[in-house]
Design a protein around this ligand. Structure first.
Ligand code: ATP
Length: 302
């Protein structure tokens, strides 16, 4: 039977600013999003209906060759998985009366600030669009996607983008010049809700130079990009979790142009001009036991 396979790439934030908290509780953001080379794999397969009722089944698989895979118990396989939510929304919207089995090979760190769940949901939009020949265009996918999560529209698009509003206003940007990335997720649990609740957007002492970052991207200036890497959410997390600062310092001590927390954390990434330096920094972060989930990777141009 026909099987469709999709890669679901993780993202980092090269810059993250919060403009204000809206009366409805959502935060208005201004972020530079970038796809990176860590990905989950999803396969989609049609199945017989069970007692005439269309069903969505999620199977979780792992091949933990490097010992960096997320823990299985951290990933729900029920209705709370964003994969399920995306599939259920699409099947309801398009009145699909068949069952589907989705297998998830999970590599992206979970609850890490890398949009792992959102990118899986985005892959469901692409996968089911193809499987059931739904002819959803990007606009339609984006409108449905934002109902699942604020980062889903960006993940449907991927690449380099400015993300505004609550994440649904997207402007494609030129990709940064090639570079080597070291990505490390410390073994701590940081709640996104806690971070936003403890951020005082009206009292921020600084705002990242997102416009300058866009200029640096347009100019293909890697050093200019690195110099402007800032994330206002660090004002909350670095105070609570010193390991985030330690990883940043270790990455910079070992040759990173700069290092930053991604999203609401706790993942930290460092940018390196040279692959050998990135590998040495990987060994240093590992030797210090600052993180188990560590990757050397690069920017992905989609
Ligand atoms: P973001 O960067 O969008 O804030 P994140 O990297 O912080 O995302 P996720 O990896 O998406 O966070 O996981 C957050 C929580 O969502 C997890 O604790 C998990 O229980 C749940 N979850 C739901 N669906 C998924 C999924 N497909 N993959 C991983 N976690 C999922």
């Amino acid at each position: 039977m026909e099987q469709i396979t999709r890669k679901a790439y993780a993202k980092i934030n090269l810059g993250l600013d919060v403009m204000r908290r809206r009366p409805d509780g959502y935060h208005e953001v201004k972020m530079i999003m970038q796809t990176v080379g860590i990905y989950d794999i999803l396969t989609f397969q049609r199945k017989e209906r069970c007692e005439g009722i269309p069903q969505i089944t999620i199977k979780l698989e792992q091949e933990d060759v490097l010992g960096t895979a997320p823990l299985k118990e951290d990933i729900p396989c029920d209705e709370s998985n964003l994969i399920y939510k995306a599939a259920a929304l699409i099947m309801k919207t398009y009145n699909i009366q068949e069952s589907v089995e989705i297998t998830l090979w999970k590599n992206i760190p979970v609850a890490a600030g890398m949009a792992g769940g959102s990118t899986d949901a985005a892959a469901v939009f692409h996968g089911l669009n193809e499987m059931f020949a739904l002819s959803m265009n990007f606009e339609t996918m984006k409108e449905l996607g934002v109902l699942i999560g604020a980062d889903v529209p960006y993940c449907i698009m991927g690449g380099t983008a400015l993300s505004e509003g609550i994440g649904e206003i997207l402007t494609p940007l030129p990709a940064p010049p090639p570079a080597h990335l070291l990505i490390a997720k410390p073994d701590i649990h940081v709640s996104t809700k806690f971070v936003y609740e403890n951020l005082h957007a009206d009292r921020l002492q600084f705002h990242p130079d997102i416009d300058g970052m866009m200029e640096a991207l347009k100019a293909g200036n890697l050093v200019g990009i690195a110099q402007r890497m800032e994330n206002v959410l660090e004002t909350v997390t670095v105070r609570e979790y010193p390991v985030i600062r330690q990883i940043k310092e270790e990455m910079k001590r070992n040759g990173a142009l700069n290092a930053l927390m991604s999203g609401s954390g706790p993942t930290v990434f460092g940018i390196y001009e040279d692959g050998e330096t990135a590998k040495k920094a990987y060994e240093a972060v590992k030797a210090q036991r600052l993180a188990r989930e560590i990757f050397v990777t690069d920017f992905v141009v989609l």
